[in-house]
Design a protein around this ligand. Structure first.
Ligand code: C2G
Length: 132
């Protein structure tokens, strides 16, 4: 199956790796995993701050992972339908912090939310480093 997922993937951590692994192995198959990585401008739009790593660095890091087959820049929520169609995705997977948010795409693919890895996020990592 062709799986698509989206995210910022800044300061990549075990929560990111876990969901990418689950996407790649979804339903016990060796799927093709396509990742839409938030551009710097789209990240700023979502979170009112720029990622620590640039979009070029984040893209290169993701491309070097064994679970990931291809990476493109996500530039807006509005283009999501086109991204799914262009990439011929069968399944769209996100962590369950996005539960219910993308159900509108069930008409063109299967939308699935998987459990997040508890107790880790880019924001927390930054806070911990700041306190040291
Ligand atoms: N994630 C996870 N466990 C964590 C942290 C993140 O499973 N502890 C998952 C998120 O649920 C998401 C993916 O990792 O599916 C990427 O997370 P972020 O980089 O935080 O992405 P986000 O900024 O939420 O962007 O259009 C959708 C957005 O672009 C998603």
């Amino acid at each position: 199956m062709r799986i698509i997922t989206f995210g910022t993937y800044d300061l990549i951590h075990i929560g990111h790796i876990n969901i990418l692994e689950k996407c790649k192995n979804f339903k016990g198959e060796e799927n093709t995993l396509i990742v839409g990585i938030s551009s710097d401008e789209f990240s700023f739009f979502k979170k009112q701050k720029y990622p620590i790593y640039s979009q070029e660095q984040r893209k290169k890091i993701l491309e070097s992972l064994i679970f990931v087959d291809s990476v493109f820049y996500e530039e807006s929520f509005e283009k999501k339908r086109d991204y799914i169609l262009e990439n011929k995705a069968d399944v769209f997977i996100m962590g369950d912090d996005w539960e219910g948010k993308f159900d509108e795409f069930n008409d063109i693919c299967k939308v699935v939310y998987l459990p997040r890895t508890p107790s880790i996020s880019t924001t927390e990592i930054v806070e911990v480093i700041k306190q040291k």
